[in-house]
Design a protein around this ligand. Structure first.
Ligand code: DC
Length: 228
């Protein structure tokens, strides 16, 4: 039996389990995992640390020329985000970044800059990429497109637990507010708003476990990769 390499695009709301699923699916298939949200977070961290005015396109353009984002696999085989050679994996997950990332990712110049890099990363295929516009804008020809959703309370609990694992204690109310706010900005922005691609398969993760999610995506992927 022969298999071809495909692109798997996973889009959806924040904290629906996209990245957890994408990481495990990539490991099972021997694919590369690319967390496009981490790239928007890294740009946001740079803008915050360098006090870049989000309303000044010239300043933004200049700042983007100073940004180099890479992913490196650590000793536990986990992909981590680097900004200009520094490991920022922990910093980009903090509330300070979460509270500003939707505004930053609504900026046209930022999207053009990152979409270009994401396309290059997926050129060879054999990638699982998660985000908001992967199936609609970055890889409209992806062989498998998934759109993940889940109940807001379930998403908030999951995100709160993730923050706790990073030693950050945040009230559930604050987590919910941040998710609702980000959903609103992500779905209503002018540039590549979050929306389901017409040919995407919806996966509601409210009542299913991570293992079930992963099994389902691997099953769908294998069906697309077998060369008759
Ligand atoms: O997946 P995440 O929650 O880490 O993403 C952080 C933010 O980045 C999210 O609120 C919207 C933005 N984003 C985007 O606009 N496009 C993508 N492809 C990925 C993320």
């Amino acid at each position: 039996m022969r298999f071809k390499k495909i692109v798997i695009a996973i889009d959806g709301y924040s904290a629906c389990g996209k990245s957890t699923t994408a990481k495990q699916v990539a490991a099972i298939l021997g694919y590369r995992y690319i967390d496009s949200g981490a790239m928007y977070r890294a740009v946001t961290l740079y803008f915050l640390d360098h006090h870049i005015a989000l309303t000044n396109p010239k300043e933004i353009f200049r700042a983007l020329t100073q940004i180099n984002i890479t992913f490196n696999v650590n000793s536990k085989n986990v992909s981590e985000t680097y900004l200009n050679g520094l490991n920022v994996e922990n910093d980009i997950r903090k509330m300070r970044v979460s509270e500003n990332v939707s505004q930053v990712s609504a900026i046209k110049e930022v999207r053009t800059f990152l979409v270009d890099q994401q396309r290059k990363m997926g050129k060879e295929r054999g990638v699982v990429m998660d985000g908001r516009d992967i199936g609609t804008v970055v890889f409209p020809t992806a062989e498998l497109k998934l759109f993940m959703t889940a109940d807001i309370l379930v998403r908030a609990f999951r995100r709160q637990r993730e923050l706790l694992q990073r030693n950050s204690m945040v009230d559930l109310d604050e987590v919910i507010e941040n998710l609702v706010q980000r959903d609103k900005i992500d779905t209503t922005r002018l540039e590549s708003p979050l929306k389901q691609a017409e040919d995407a398969i919806i996966i509601d993760t409210t009542h299913i476990t991570i293992d079930e999610q992963v099994d389902e995506v691997v099953r769908l992927a294998l069906a697309k990769t077998i060369v008759p």
